[in-house]
Design a protein around this ligand. Structure first.
Ligand code: IMP
Ligand code: MG
Length: 181
């Protein structure tokens, strides 16, 4: 089946940037690192909704050892710009104390969201805390944080697809698209 190389979402055009196969290969690579580090530690994965739902799903399918998943929902973006304020819409109900926790994020952009999540999770006293992100924009980073598992590094362009949205739309795309200037 042929693929649309340019798509429209609301008022903007986006072009094909990372194909599903590349995304899945990169997730497979970090799943092996996670296996090495955590296969005997009964990790609790915390998926940050909404953006990380596809990443969490495909990553979990690659893991063949005992583990659990929980969900947290944040809201911080409007349109293509960070509004800087992070709201916890649906907090963690699972007990993370003494657990080996891995936060699953869709993307680390400025890093403020993950910084907030690190603080709020550490306050709950996990045994260990690791960060896994599908995407990382090194040029946009403003916070003093480091992810343990990075599936893909990308330049500082706005993207949609594979869980990531533009004003709520585009999350259903299998591939990742980049905004056209
Ligand atoms: P940060 O706090 O600036 O690191 O932004 C993190 C959150 O912003 C992510 O969890 C995404 O939901 C959203 N975000 C950042 N960059 C993009 C992008 O290029 N496309 C869609 N959402 C993004
Ligand atoms: Mg988002």
């Amino acid at each position: 089946m042929s693929k649309n190389l340019v798509i429209e979402i609301k008022d903007r055009q986006f072009e094909l940037f990372i194909k599903e196969e590349t995304i899945l290969n990169s997730i497979n690579r970090i799943s092996k690192q996670i296996r090495t580090d955590l296969h005997d530690k009964n990790p609790l994965f915390v998926c940050v909704l909404n953006g990380a739902f596809m990443f969490a799903s495909d990553l979990m399918k690659q893991l063949d050892f005992p583990c659990e998943i929980a969900f947290i929902r944040l809201k911080s973006y409007q349109g293509t710009a960070s509004v800087g304020v992070i709201r916890e819409v649906h907090g963690l109900i699972e007990d993370v104390q003494n657990r080996n926790v891995v936060i699953l994020e869709d993307i680390i952009d400025t890093g403020h969201t993950i910084e907030y999540l690190i603080q709020s999770t550490l306050a709950k006293q996990p045994e260990s805390l690791r960060i896994a992100t599908l995407l990382f924009k090194p040029e946009a980073l403003q916070a003093d944080i480091k992810a343990d598992y990075v599936a893909m590094e990308i330049p500082n362009d706005f993207i949609v697809g594979y869980g990531l949205d533009y004003d709520g739309y585009g999350r259903n795309l299998k591939d990742i698209y980049k905004i056209k200037e």
